[in-house]
Write a protein that binds this ligand. Structure first.
Ligand code: NAD
Length: 325
């Protein structure tokens, strides 16, 4: 069965429930093999993934460039491509109208496409939220009018920053929001904000269902910003799964995609094997692929234990951006 799709807010876009997060294509988590990265994009499309997300920030433009090489061979009208503006380095942000207009043109060239489906202001909590409202979003509306982008979004870690902007712009200015690390086994803060985003008619994209590597057997990358307490709990959850022959990443991904109010969940991928594993996990979670009953029992038991281990650190997050956001 094909990977199910869900409508993304009012955009009319039907996105696959599992989206391709392309930050790993920029070597953000580990060095990548470019040919394998390109093949993973093709494999994702073949298995029904139609939504691809990147940013000039990921690997200092490498993610966009590699994704572009992969997308070049795919039919443009069958894929939904999103990238971002405003974040270009760990400490380098520029949300000015001039920079974002130039940025979109640079992204189009790197991605080798004539238009971007969704352009998002990247990690708005690091900029001035008032500048996003008064300057960045109007500049993106102009690019929309010129046909260079179809829809506009905002992304960030603190849900309060996304809400600050949505409270202050006319309806239809922000078509989608991207929240990350807030709908996973260890953090479901997004759940309470869903009715608010729905009322604002913003499509909901949730990213990082594996909490940026915390909820994997191999563990998070060195730079992961989680507090030690959370890292320790995630490591204990991984050990518990290992002991039972269950994959923590599978449990985490399956949890994330089951919420029908979240249109798509972006997971970071850069290899065809991982694409196949993740698509299969999602199909099983949504009842579209058969599951061996003894594995299902084992996974259910492991999930209960993982939830118990993670309960003391539930919704524990970390500071991101300017103090006021
Ligand atoms: P994630 O939670 O998806 O974890 C990605 C890590 O898990 C990578 O190391 C990946 O190789 C690994 N992984 C994926 N599937 C696996 C599996 N089955 N088993 C073991 N390991 C597996 O975190 P992410 O990549 O940060 O988030 C997904 C995507 O969402 C990003 O690539 C990006 O496109 C988007 N995103 C956007 C923002 C933002 O706009 N501010 C923030 C975070 C993520």
């Amino acid at each position: 069965m094909a990977l199910p799709r869900r409508l993304l807010g009012n955009t009319g876009l039907e996105v696959s429930v599992l989206g391709f997060g392309a930050s790993p294509l920029g070597g953000v988590f580990q060095e990548i093999n470019e040919a394998e990265g390109i093949a993973s994009v093709h494999e994702a499309f073949k298995l029904g993934i139609n939504f691809f997300d990147t940013s000039p920030f990921y690997g200092s433009t490498k993610s966009e460039a590699v994704l572009g090489k992969g997308l070049k061979d795919l039919p443009r009208d069958k894929i939904i491509v999103s990238t971002k503006v405003g974040r270009y380095g760990q400490e380098y942000f520029d949300f000015s109208a001039e920079r974002v207009a130039f940025s979109v043109r640079e992204s189009l060239a790197r991605l080798q496409i004539p238009y971007i489906d969704i352009i998002q202001c990247h990690d708005i909590e690091f900029g001035s939220l008032d500048q996003i409202i008064s300057e960045t979003l109007p500049a993106l509306q102009q690019l929309k009018a010129q046909g260079l982008v179809r829809f506009v979004g905002i992304t960030g870690l603190p849900l309060s920053a996304l809400q600050y902007v949505l409270d202050r712009v006319p309806p239809g200015t922000v078509d989608v929001i991207l929240s990350y690390c807030h709908y996973s086994l260890n953090d479901t803060a997004l759940q309470d904000a869903i009715p608010y985003f729905q009322e604002k008619q913003a499509g909901i994209i949730s990213a990082s269902p594996l909490s940026m590597g915390l909820l994997t057997q191999q563990g998070p990358p060195e730079w992961h910003p989680a507090p030690a307490e959370l890292k320790e709990a995630a490591a204990a959850a991984a050990a518990c799964c290992r002991d039972q022959g269950v994959d923590l990443a599978k449990l985490a991904l399956q949890f994330a995609v089951k919420n029908p109010s979240i249109s798509t969940t972006l997971v970071g991928m850069c290899s065809s094997d991982v694409v196949r594993t993740n698509v299969s996990a999602v199909l099983q979670a949504l009842g579209a692929e058969a599951v061996d009953s003894s594995s299902a029992r084992q996974e259910k038991k492991a999930l209960e234990e993982v939830e118990r281990i993670l309960a003391p650190v539930k919704d524990l997050t970390w500071a991101s951006g300017r103090p006021e956001s």
